[in-house]
Design a protein around this ligand. Structure first.
Ligand SMILES: [Cu+2]
Length: 233
């Protein structure tokens, strides 16, 4: 649908959200057309059809029809709500995201594991050496690397004020609240770079802490991880 729809979903979760959005949109358009048709009919109809007066069956029908439409919308959205938030298998990777004024700290792996990697992701401002197609305000020094095709659990918190981490194409936006841990699941479908912005006003440089996620094939991810680990030793 190109410009008329949401951005291309980058994850299974974003795809599910798009299904909810588009199915609700189609149902909404259908209801609008039916109601619009009857509205125009009533406006321009000069006669009165006695068949439609005091019709209990008709009233029961349109009450039930709208009830079933609501049940359809509700069942799709509740199903996606649970599917996007629950997993019965252990995620392949845990990523911790900590918001700071005004940058993100990423950590791959949890506290007890030996192979935990932690780094800061800061904005690179445009300079006179920047190329002509330099992406202003969404270029960072070290993006978050995640593998494609596996389940990644994101744990988001903050060290100072409330921030919000997410990227449009990933279909995720999680508030980074000090003292709380918010959780999201991602299963990226295609390699690529996904951009987002801090979505909670967090101070003077709120617009200068983009979230850049680089999704790469699993082998590339392992190579990158072992390379970084060896260079840290
Ligand atoms: Cu922020």
């Amino acid at each position: 649908m190109g410009q008329f729809s949401l951005p291309e979903p980058g994850t299974v979760q974003a795809y599910n959200l798009q299904v909810v959005y588009e199915s609700s949109l189609v149902l909404g358009l259908f209801v609008m057309l039916v109601v619009g048709y009857f509205l125009l009919m009533i406006m321009f109809n000069k006669g009165t059809c006695t068949k439609y007066l005091e019709q209990p069956y008709l009233e029961v029908f349109w009450s039930l029809a709208s009830f079933f439409l609501l049940v359809m919308m509700c069942s799709v959205s509740v199903y996606v709500l649970y599917v996007n938030d629950e997993t019965y298998t252990e995620p392949y990777l845990d990523v911790c995201v900590v918001g700071h004024q005004w940058y993100w700290t990423y950590q791959i792996g949890l506290g007890e594991e030996a192979d935990v990697l932690r780094w800061d992701s800061r904005l690179i401002p445009r300079s006179k050496d920047s190329s002509i197609d330099f992406l202003d305000l969404i270029t960072v020094d070290h993006p978050l690397m995640i593998p494609v095709g596996v389940l990644v659990r994101v744990l988001v918190t903050s060290a100072d004020v409330i921030h919000s981490w997410g990227a449009n194409g990933l279909g995720v936006k999680l508030d980074a609240v000090p003292g709380r841990l918010n959780r999201g699941l991602l299963e990226v479908k295609a390699p690529g770079i996904y951009w987002g912005m801090c979505a909670e006003f967090c101070g003077q440089m709120h617009s200068m802490m983009p979230t850049v996620v680089e999704a790469v094939p699993e082998e590339t991810f392992s190579d990158w991880k072992s390379h970084v680990e060896s260079s840290m030793l």
